[in-house]
Design a protein around this ligand. Structure first.
Ligand code: PLP
Length: 371
């Protein structure tokens, strides 16, 4: 009996692996694997979502008007040039959907966000993975990899899972070197965490360039990952195209209400930023004091590199930390088998995960001495 067969390029997709929420034994644990906000959503956003649930029998506003206007006010951009989506993931997928065919190439940086290759593969496009340098996007290498078949360059700035970023001048240099028919997608999911003074999220370039789109999310600092709300901003001709292919009711009423209230509660966002500014450097210093290397991060997570010798490997650390009740992200699928990514947690989680990591290293060293 022959079975229905998916298109071959769909069969070839390696599914997205979400951050784990439970340990192998099923024991509850601190989830430090998905770059979520340890503070959770603003209580004002929660109240707005609860109120919106009373109208759950009505379809949401498919145009996401109130949210687009709130985003436009907050960022000083035009509401007509914003498209809201089911997470920023939807915008990332729709860009490939609308602009790529089977003969096209889609570029992204090695050690990048897993959604880009999936979005491209869905269209049967050819994946062009470009080497990074010191875990950071390499503008010259990216420009050298452009061909007449290149349609999209996806760039997370700052990048997940490395936490590194490109300065505004480097982004401008990258854009200046790209052909005008290539879309530069600047994914700024972690923009609100960035402290580097020479960073710009992409809004500035997306405002003036006819081939730049920037994507943003309410899943990270706004603490609304479960609601699936993101948006993108770019030239009118691209935004109009994306509207044609998006789901007609792609953001829920509760999500819209929650996001508007979250945006208006900037005091909550300031708290989240201050928490990150306190604990990100603390975690980095503590991990380095244990003799491990940390990639400098502008996000709410750190990439920790293990020596992969004397029992101190990322895989062994991952298991030991899970047993101690902390779930991090091991990244062999992203070419980083020697790394764990750690999301900044609550104070208790941060102190706990460092104590567990120190205990793991002590026991690995004791075992080596005994052998
Ligand atoms: C770089 C990057 N872009 C986009 C996203 C997707 O976010 P959303 O929840 O808005 O789909 C993530 C989530 O982890 C991310 O790390």
């Amino acid at each position: 009996m022959s079975l229905p067969q998916p298109k071959p390029w769909i069969s070839a997709i390696a599914p997205y692996i979400p951050g784990k929420a439970t340990t192998p034994s099923g024991r509850p644990a601190a989830k430090l694997s998905a770059n979520e906000s340890p503070l959770g959503p603003s209580p004002k956003a929660v109240a707005a979502m609860q109120a919106a649930c009373l109208s759950a029998h009505r379809y949401p506003d498919g145009g996401a008007t109130v949210l687009r206007e709130a985003v436009a006010r907050h960022h000083g951009i035009e509401a007509e040039r914003i498209m809201c989506g089911t997470g920023s993931d939807e915008a990332l997928h729709l860009l490939a959907h609308a602009y790529c065919s089977a003969d096209d190439e889609v570029m992204f940086v090695r050690h990048g966000f897993m959604v880009y290759p999936i979005a491209a593969q869905r269209m049967g496009a050819t994946l062009v993975e470009v080497a990074d340098r010191d875990y950071t996007a390499d503008v010259d290498a990216l420009l050298a990899a452009v061909t007449p078949r290149t349609r999209i360059l996806y760039l997370a700035n700052p990048n997940n899972p490395t936490g590194t970023y490109l300065a505004e001048s480097e982004i401008n240099r990258l854009h200046a070197g790209l052909p005008s028919d290539v879309i530069l997608v600047l994914d700024a999911a972690y923009a609100e965490y960035v402290t580097a003074p020479d960073y710009e999220s992409g809004l500035k370039l997306a405002r003036t360039a006819p081939n730049v789109v920037t994507t943003r999310t309410f899943s990270k600092i706004y603490g609304l990952a479960a609601e699936r709300i993101g948006w993108c901003y770019g030239p009118a001709h691209i935004i109009e195209t994306l509207h044609k292919v998006r789901g007609p009711f792609n953001v829920t009423s509760a999500g819209l209400a929650g996001a508007v209230a979250a945006l208006e509660d900037q005091a909550w966002i300031e708290r989240a930023r201050a928490h990150n500014n306190q604990w990100l450097p603390w975690l980095q210093a503590e991990i380095e004091a244990l003799g491990l290397h940390v990639v400098p991060s502008q996000c709410n997570f750190l990439l920790i590199r293990f020596p992969e010798s004397d029992g101190i490997t990322a895989e062994a650390a991952n298991l030991a930390l899970q047993e101690a009740g902390y779930i991090l992200r091991w990244l062999p699928g992203q070419g980083l088998p020697d790394c764990l990514r750690l999301t900044v947690g609550t104070e208790e989680e941060n102190r706990g995960v460092i104590a567990a990591l120190a205990a793991f290293i002590r026991s690995a060293q004791a075992e080596r001495q005994a052998s």
